[in-house]
Design a binder for this molecule. Structure first.
Ligand SMILES: [Zn+2]
Length: 458
């Protein structure tokens, strides 16, 4: 296979174009391109990664199942208020209807869509509780096997519901324990949601339990954490749980006991955006000094949909603080490890969006108000290399210099079109408009190419 007119360093729009002959996914020969100046170039880029996406909940509201015993109808579960509580309640009702066929179809639709968008790795959350049992996990294990030639699916066994409070806490915890014992080899990460416990004490027990289990089963750890815009006051009950995670990881000797490849991911953490600059800096310094492999995953499209809702009696109902972690600043100013993820698509937690990481990175420019070329390059990193690092996958080569023998299989290739053809004035005639060319990461992030222009090098 020959790739013509390839730009391999998309940080430099004037970079040399190459003609590359590939054999078995590796560079057989490489030479400066002989293509004419009008030939559209192609960009070679690191593949995309979903560091945080929910597998079993994808497309509940957009699958449009025609009701059958295998494929349940969810159409009565569309949001009416769009509130977080409604999303929790309606998703619990949806989970009662899950079938293996339905989970497999929606899951494979998510994986297929992701692959065509340029995703080759992901952390997929599957819920385990007294309603679902281990069904979503069993289906995820089949999907992991059936898609293994296309992408790396890291399964996160996930407790969305309380495991230390409510009438079902003990049952929920027992199901996760059972899943870890029986299917541990197929599970890559353990995830919980400490903020859903009904007391502070329950949240702290949730965190300690998850750390102990992750260490015992040699898993990555992942918390949905501090999902509120309540300002942390001096009251210990409103202190962000991020502090407790760091303290408990130290108490449990994570750095000494855990396999060095295992990471800890903290998702959402919207409350950190409410800290004063000095306090956030102190927290960041404590995390950096701890040398713990903690990564933050910002979920901005989910967060701004759910956070900052006005109360029913609000006199300022149009004033909606769209709080989310400011990931670019956390990386560049605070020196933290961080990336961004889609979280949900087609369900009550995030009904909108195609799940495309490039579209997410593009929206992030507006959400974070970051408009420089360097910002665009960082945002590309946040949905590719940084996302892979967060979930403990190898960082991958940077590919700024390509050479003979190098493996290109698995890289993302973006094609440019020469022209767009439209119907002409006369029947059967056409108008051809020269296409704008995407030559750099900035072009890709500011104006993401449609999926049909993307492919993974095989
Ligand atoms: Zn999530």
């Amino acid at each position: 296979m020959i790739l013509e007119n390839v730009i391999s360093d998309a940080r430099d729009p004037s970079a040399v174009r190459w003609d590359i002959e590939l054999q078995d996914g590796h560079i057989q020969s490489i030479s400066p391109s002989k293509a004419s100046p009008d030939t559209p170039s192609q960009l070679l880029l690191p593949p995309l990664c979903h560091p945080h996406i929910h597998l079993d909940k994808a497309y509940i509201l957009t699958c449009n199942n025609r009701s059958s015993p295998q494929h349940p109808d969810y159409s009565d579960l569309c949001p009416t208020s769009g509130s977080f509580n409604e999303a929790l309640v309606n998703t619990s009702r949806a989970k009662e209807r899950y079938t293996p066929e339905d989970l497999y179809l929606r899951g494979s639709q998510l994986l297929a869509t992701s692959y065509t968008q340029g995703v080759t790795s992901m952390r997929a959350f599957v819920e385990l509780d007294h309603v679902t049992g281990t069904l979503p996990l069993n289906v995820a294990i089949r999907l992991k096997r059936d898609f293994a030639h296309l992408l790396e699916l890291q399964i996160c066994a996930f407790a969305q519901d309380p495991i230390f409070s409510t009438a079902h806490g003990d049952a929920n915890r027992a199901i996760i324990d059972h899943a870890l014992a029986e299917f541990g080899k197929s599970i890559g990460a353990l995830g919980t949601t400490p903020y859903v416990e009904t007391s502070r004490e329950g949240s702290l027990m949730n965190i300690k339990w998850a750390i102990t289990k992750a260490l015992a089963h040699n898993l990555h750890l992942d918390f949905h954490l501090d999902y509120t815009l309540e300002p942390p006051s001096s009251s210990p009950t409103q202190r962000p749980l991020t502090y407790s995670v760091v303290e408990f990881l130290k108490e449990h000797n994570w750095a000494r006991i855990a396999d060095s490849s295992k990471t800890i991911v903290l998702g959402h953490c919207t409350q950190l955006s409410m800290l004063g600059n000095a306090e956030r800096k102190t927290l960041a310094e404590a995390i950096v000094a701890s040398r713990l492999p903690i990564h933050f995953v910002g979920l901005p499209t989910s967060d701004i949909f759910m956070m900052g809702r006005p109360g029913p009696d609000s006199d300022l109902s149009h004033n909606r603080p769209r709080g989310t972690m400011h990931i670019p600043s956390m990386i560049e100013e605070l020196g933290l490890s961080a990336c961004i993820g889609v979280n949900n698509t087609g369900n009550a937690f995030t009904p909108f969006g195609t799940g495309d990481p490039l579209q997410l990175a593009s929206w992030a420019i507006g959400i974070y108000q970051v408009g420089t070329v360097k910002n665009a390059e960082l945002l590309y990193d946040c949905v590719s290399n940084r996302a892979r690092r967060a979930i403990g996958l190898d960082e991958g080569e940077q590919y700024s210099q390509i050479r003979k023998g190098q493996k290109l299989r698995g890289m993302l290739l973006l094609r440019n079109q020469e022209v767009v053809e439209l119907p002409g004035v006369l029947r059967k005639s056409t108008m051809a408009i020269s296409s704008r060319q995407r030559l750099s990461l900035k072009d890709v992030i500011w104006d993401p190419p449609e999926s049909s222009l993307r492919s993974i090098v095989r």
